[in-house]
Design a protein around this ligand. Sequence first.
Ligand SMILES: [Zn+2]
Length: 100
Amino acid sequence: MVVALSYVIAIILTIALAILLYPISAFFWLLGLLGKIADKLFVFTNGAIKSLWRDIRNGDQNTVNQWVCSCGSTNSGEFCSECGKPHVAEKTPEISGDKE
Ligand SMILES: [Zn+2]
């Protein structure tokens, strides 16, 4: 009789725990999961913004108009700083041999 009663109490307690504590624990688990997602999202967004600003800053200074002259020097202006040739889009093979 006592054993049966303890069984009943155990079953009632288990049901009560399942009904009361599972949703609460699930809620906090979900909260932790959301926190992890928010952390990752924050880190990702932070990195994206940082790289975006770095691109904007670097783009203004260097990489926009850089070109390599046929003499081998890298320039950012309209004319080569080494030999004075104007900036042409691509190397043109016809000019190199014929004149001079
Ligand atoms: Zn040059």
